[in-house]
Structures are given as C-alpha cells and as structure tokens.
Design a protein around this ligand. Structure first.
Ligand SMILES: Cc1cc2nc3c(=O)[nH]c(=O)nc-3n(C[C@H](O)[C@H](O)[C@H](O)COP(=O)(O)OP(=O)(O)OC[C@H]3O[C@@H](n4cnc5c(N)ncnc54)[C@H](O)[C@@H]3O)c2cc1C
Length: 395
C-alpha cells in the first residue's frame, strides 16, 4: 500500500512515522523548505513562534511512539512540571489551587518539537517531495487524487491531508462551524538567568472585563523561557509588552520582562478562528481520504488543545487501517474526539457563560480543579459533565 501525506507539520510527521511502522510506503509532501537551524520559528508554520503547550496525553503519545524522544528532551534540558503544584494559573479573578495533581508535562518550544518530529519523519518516509499539493475529488465512487504543483498527479492508494490551516476542502463539508475568535498573540523568547528557577510556569487567562490581556510565561529548553501576551480583539495594538505585562494581576508575570534579556524579535498572530468542518457527516466521503489535525478542526488556542487532538487523530488513523475500517468511520470517530475540546474553546454565549462558572468552581477547590485538569489533558473527557453539574449546583 502507498500513502501520500500532505504537510510535514505536527500531524503529518506523526502520521508518516505511524504509517511506516505499519509497513506502508509513505510519500511526504511539504511545501515549505525545511531548515533545521531555525530556532524561533518553523518554516510553513507561522504559529510556531508562539507559546505551544503539549498537553499531558499528547506528551504520553509521543513518548510511547518515539523511543528516543525522552533522551532528546533531556539533552536539551527541557523542564518538567506538575500542572497542579507548579503551574500558577490565574483566571483574572481567581487563582487555581496549588497541589500535586499527577498531571505532568514538559515545556519546550514548538520549533524544537518540529525539528525532532521532522527528522524522524524524514528518516522513515519512503520519499520526501518538496512541493505544494492540492486534493481533487472527481465525485461519488471515485477516489481522491493528489496534484503536485511541479510534478502533476501522484499515484497513491490513500491520501492523508495534514496541511493544517492552509487546507481547502470546504466542498467536502456538509456542515462547517465557524466562530470568530478575537484573540491576538505576541511572543518573545527570553534568556533565563541561572538563578531563575526553571520549575515554575505562570499563566493568566484574559478575563474581560477584569483583564483585557492575559499572558503565559514558562521556562523552555536550553536555558530559555517563552513569554506570550494574549489580547482580546484581532489587533494587538502598539503598546509595548512591558506596559501590558505591568497590568497583569500575577506579579510573577508582570516582573518577568524586566528581569530577563530577550533573544528573539516579538512575533504576532491574529485571527485565530475556530473552524470545525464536521467531515464525519458527509455520507459520500471519498474512500481513500483521511483529513486530520488543523485541516479538520482549528481551535481557539487558549487551552492548547490543537496538537493533542492532532495526535489523537493520527492514532485513530492507525487503528482504522489496522482494523480495516472505512475512511468515513475515521472521520466520524475524529468528530467525536473533537467534540469536548471544541466545547472548551467555544465562543458561543451559553458555553462562554458555563465555562466561566466551571472555571470559577474549579479554581476555588482542589477536586473540581483536578477534574478540570483531567478533562483538559484528555485523560477523562467525561469528567466535564460532572464538573459542569457541580458548578451549576455549587455556585
Ligand atoms: C497562536 C497559536 C497558538 C497555539 N498554541 C497551541 C498550544 O499551546 N498547544 C497546542 O497543542 N496547539 C496550539 N496551537 C495549535 C497548533 O499550532 C496546531 O493545532 C497544530 O500545529 C496542528 O498541526 P497540523 O499538522 O495540523 O498543522 P501544522 O503544524 O500547521 O502543519 C501544516 C503543514 O502543512 C504544510 N502545508 C500547507 N499547505 C501545504 C500544501 N498545499 N502542500 C504541502 N504542504 C503544505 C505547512 O507548510 C505545514 O508544514 C496553537 C495555534 C495558534 C495559532
């Protein structure tokens, strides 16, 4: 069997590796030139300059997939955190309880992760094509085809679309849900001083009207830290980062920029729209096409779910092929997996109101907070119901 994977971002690299493990020949197509020396951004992935948290389930997935992932992280002195004890999370009004939760993650920059995954995918892909791919579907009963800009049509048995936010398949979607998420990101990489503790990260979420800005600061690999401010609205404005930070409730964040020198320019990202294509609803879905990662659903990044959902999709694809299931089964299962993360980051008024109550409850007491962390990190999505129930009763 021969597979063509379009896009060598997070999803494309992981899928390539998993398919190769199953003995499938993979052609990996990537349109951006890859340069392993870039440290602040991955070419082709503009959001990679910004803070990226790989949630605990996603980290578990990668550690089980790549035997030398842990060694790679250790070599780069990547810090590890307990989300209960060592993450200081402010909602703008409440501060999350602090106690060991057992939910641990390691914090590294997206370019470091991309470099590792790219090297693994590159080493195992049967062929790598530096080209731009598009997908065509002649119609019901026909397989989807891949056209490459410089090489023409590619012969392949299955097509995996991992082109991220650049994927264009609206004609295959029966129902597309869009929410205009008005947040903007500004990020800088900082050099950590040796006496600054590496085992703490701080997070303050924007919570209008109390705080129009949030921020995230955390130590990452090789003695660096990353600082991101998150603003409401699509225009990040011209205010210096220091002015924004000085308004933060969390003193740890407001002081950080003052004490650490900068090692990168300030990168901006706006218009992070929520889009879910619900491909699982299409009964006439092409028999050889799999769509996953941001190509299937793009989340408001506030809860850092995109890469973990993409990794769930990659493992679902492996399961689908192992069990001889259809591509439609795959897209339906993927939609189920997207449902709870989508609700968490949804902008609908009702969900926004419910989420506010839920966070207020979770941030006041350890047990609801533990439930919240288990939902957020994909360990127990069903705990969300319990949490919403508690927040409606207790509030
Ligand atoms: C500001 C911001 C912050 C975020 N923070 C987090 C976070 O903290 N945690 C988290 O888990 N997620 C986060 N995300 C989401 C995360 O970036 C995505 O979910 C993740 O990158 C999706 O992986 P992907 O492989 O689908 O797409 P990408 O990683 O974007 O990769 C797509 C690849 O496809 C290539 N490509 C595009 N078009 C073509 C084509 N026609 N032919 C060939 N190749 C093509 C691109 O060059 C790129 O390499 C954030 C997103 C944003 C915008």
């Amino acid at each position: 069997m021969k597979a063509t994977v379009l896009g060598a971002g997070f999803a494309g690299c992981l899928v390539t590796y998993l398919l190769k493990q199953m003995g499938i020949q993979v052609s990996l197509v990537e349109r951006a030139p890859r340069d392993d020396q870039r440290t602040h951004m991955t070419p082709g992935i503009p959001q990679s300059a910004h803070v990226h948290v790989l949630l605990s389930k996603g980290l578990h997935r990668l550690q089980h997939t790549y035997a030398d992932f842990k060694t790679f992280l250790d070599q780069h002195h990547v810090p590890e955190f307990d989300w209960g004890a060592e993450t200081h999370w402010y909602s703008g009004v409440y501060k999350a309880p602090s106690y060991p939760s057992g939910i641990r993650t390691r914090c590294f920059s997206r370019p470091l992760l991309d470099r590792f995954m790219w090297q693994q995918a590159r080493a195992c892909a049967t062929e790598y094509l530096h080209d731009e791919g598009t997908i065509h579907w002649p119609g019901t009963g026909q397989p989807a085809q891949v056209h490459l800009k410089t090489r023409g049509t590619l012969k392949t048995d299955i097509v995996v679309d991992c082109r991220g936010r650049n994927s264009q398949l609206p004609s295959l979607s029966i129902r597309t849900e869009k929410q205009r998420t008005s947040v903007n990101y500004r990020t800088r990489v900082l050099i950590r001083e040796t006496d600054t503790p590496a085992t703490t990260q701080f997070y303050q979420q924007p919570a209008p009207p109390h705080h129009p800005y949030g921020a995230l600061y955390g130590p990452i690999e090789d003695g660096k830290s990353i600082l991101t401010t998150i603003g409401i609205g699509n225009n990040p404005g011209k205010q210096p980062l220091t002015t924004l930070l000085s308004r933060m409730e969390a003193a740890e964040i407001s002081q950080v920029q003052r004490i650490l020198p900068t090692s990168s320019a300030t990168h901006k990202f706006c218009h992070a729209q929520n889009v879910w294509f619900h491909f699982g609803r299409n009964r006439r879905w092409p028999s050889n096409l799999f769509v996953l990662g941001d190509a299937a659903c793009r989340f408001n990044p506030a809860y850092g779910q995109g890469m973990t959902v993409a990794s769930e999709g990659a493992f679902l694809l492996q399961q689908c092929l192992r069990e001889g299931r259809s591509t439609r089964w795959f897209q339906r299962q993927l939609d189920r997996c997207i449902y709870i993360p989508w609700q968490l980051s949804s902008e609908s008024r009702l969900i926004h109101w419910l989420r506010g109550r839920m966070l207020a409850t979770a941030f006041r007491q350890p047990q609801p907070y533990q439930d919240f962390l288990r939902v957020l990190h994909f360990f127990d999505p069903q705990a969300l119901r319990r949490l919403v129930g508690q927040s409606l009763l207790l509030f």
